[in-house]
Structure formats: C-alpha cells, structure tokens
Write a new protein. Structure first.
Length: 108
C-alpha cells in the first residue's frame, strides 16, 4: 500500500494555547492562586496592595499578604494587575463581580 495516500491521525481538538490563561480568556478561569496587585482604588488603604489570591466569593477577593489575609470588595478595586502564566493583565474589579462558577455561563 502506498502510505502517501492516507492521512495521518492527527488530533486537532486539543491545542496547548487554548488551555493557557491569558487576558482573552481570564474570565473563564478562577483567579485563585494568581498573584495580583491593586493598582487603583478609591480606598487609599487598598492601593498598591499585592499578594496571592486565596479566596474568591461573589463580591470579595481574599488576598494573602505579608500581614495576613486581606478581604477586598471586587468593586472597590478599580484596576487590578494580575500576573498570568502568559504575561501581565490589567482588569477592572467590577469585571470579576459574580460567582466564579457563573462567569463562564454569563459570558457565553
């Protein structure tokens, strides 16, 4: 048999770049475990607050800092800088409002 006539079995349903958190698909993933920094907030005590996200609820984010865990309202953080595996992303805290598990269905 001539092997050139037959197509190789190549699985095209899985692509590595589809499974990496990026600024385009951030709202489809949980943010727990990401390093963040609050760049802008009306509350001066929250500005420049940085750490790792350890908790996410409907309206709050729990950030582990050097002084313990700080609970921040998502709407109080106007601009959040997130360190993603693919790079840095800036997002508004109000874009994250809602239950993490419901964000996927809300956007699609």
């Amino acid at each position: 048999m001539d092997k050139k006539r037959y197509r190789q079995n190549i699985d095209t349903s899985y692509r590595e770049e589809d499974n990496v958190i990026s600024n385009k698909n951030l709202s489809l993933y949980e943010i727990v475990g990401l390093n963040i920094k609050i760049e802008e907030s009306p509350d001066r005590t929250l500005t420049n607050l940085s750490g790792k996200v350890v908790l996410e609820t409907k309206n709050m984010i729990g950030i582990k800092t050097g002084n313990g865990i700080k609970h921040v309202a998502k709407t109080a953080a106007k601009i959040i800088k997130m360190q993603l595996p693919s790079g840095i992303c800036f997002i508004s805290g109000s874009m994250l409002k809602g239950r993490p598990e419901d964000r996927v269905t809300r956007l699609h």
